[in-house]
Design a protein around this ligand. Structure first.
Ligand SMILES: [Zn+2]
Length: 172
């Protein structure tokens, strides 16, 4: 792979199906990386670490249950090239922000994937106070709305054992 100038990338976009799909996927995802949630510059070279790339969304959870999830088309998502290639060795992780107090945080992408597949509810973590749980719930709903725009979900908070359990629900 060698560096591609901006001009050649634009020219390529007209014939190369991969380049075209980056533009399509980028437009649809609002030029935001689905893994790290940061903006992606559409004009950067596709060979740049911060340049756009298309992630075909194969995760461990999905590949393990391949037989069951066959027929579910893999949805291409926009990612930074570095975020996309970094995922090879491990499952992509959506990080909980440091300012939230969440104990035993769930792996967001795994929970969201299960909800997309079969609905139900997922325990997302435990918070020390109700306001902490509400802050975590608000952040989570916002994050999931970009991570999996087609998933309609709600949150609930269940007090118990001096803590507040944050749950994510989908009616699917
Ligand atoms: Zn990224």
């Amino acid at each position: 792979m060698q560096g591609m100038s901006r001009a050649s990338k634009k020219a390529k976009a007209n014939q190369d199906p991969n380049a075209r799909s980056i533009d399509e996927v980028g437009e649809r995802d609002g030029w935001r990386c689905w893994l790290c949630d940061e903006p992606v510059d559409a004009d950067r070279s596709v060979n740049d670490d911060l340049g756009p790339s298309v992630d075909s969304r194969v995760t461990k959870a999905k590949s393990k249950t391949k037989s069951r999830s066959q027929g579910v088309p893999l949805e291409p998502r926009l990612a930074h090239r570095a975020c996309n290639t970094g995922k090879g060795a491990r499952q992509p992780e959506i990080a909980w922000p440091d300012e939230l107090f969440v104990a035993d945080p769930a792996v967001i992408i795994t929970s969201v994937e299960r909800l997309s597949r079969k609905g139900g509810r997922e325990a997302m973590g435990r918070c020390p106070t109700e306001p902490d749980a509400e802050a975590a719930a608000a952040w989570l709903l916002d994050r999931v709305s970009r991570l999996e725009p087609s998933l309609e979900c709600t949150t609930s908070i269940e007090p118990g054992g001096g803590q507040y359990l944050l749950l994510l629900h989908s009616g699917k």
